[in-house]
Design a protein. Structure first.
Length: 129
């Protein structure tokens, strides 16, 4: 069942190593992961990057949001995903995200542990399939 699920990882490029670790964790479990730092065409054309990420969010079944060093791009991606009715499971290092009501309000679930993140995503899928 999980091998058919597509995940979009929304995170800052400042988290490159963590993002790659999260992607690998999900891919080992059979998920198809879209990691923008790896999968979006690296170009100076802003529209190409924008369209690639928007399309990947639309095609994803679930969003994993890394609320560490996050900025405006993550906020937009979460807003788009929420508007499309996508579940958003977040990883946070602390409770700083709660000061961003529009981010906190859009989240389906949240954790502070990478392994628990995987469990929460799988649990959400199992509850909703």
């Amino acid at each position: 069942m999980t091998k058919f699920k597509k995940i979009f990882i929304s995170s800052s490029l400042k988290n490159r190593e963590l993002n790659a670790k999260i992607a690998k964790l999900f891919e080992k479990k059979g998920f198809k992961v879209y990691l923008p730092q790896r999968d979006t065409p690296q170009t100076d054309d802003v529209k190409t990057i924008f369209n690639a990420n928007v399309n990947a969010i639309k095609e994803s079944n679930i969003i994993v949001a890394v609320l560490i060093n996050h900025g405006h791009d993550l906020a937009f991606e979460i807003g788009l995903a929420y508007g499309l009715g996508k579940p958003i499971i977040a990883l946070a290092s602390n409770t700083d995200y709660t000061k961003d009501e529009m981010i906190a309000g859009a989240l389906t679930d949240i954790t502070t542990d990478v392994n628990e993140l995987l469990d929460k995503v799988i649990g959400h899928i199992n509850e909703n399939t």
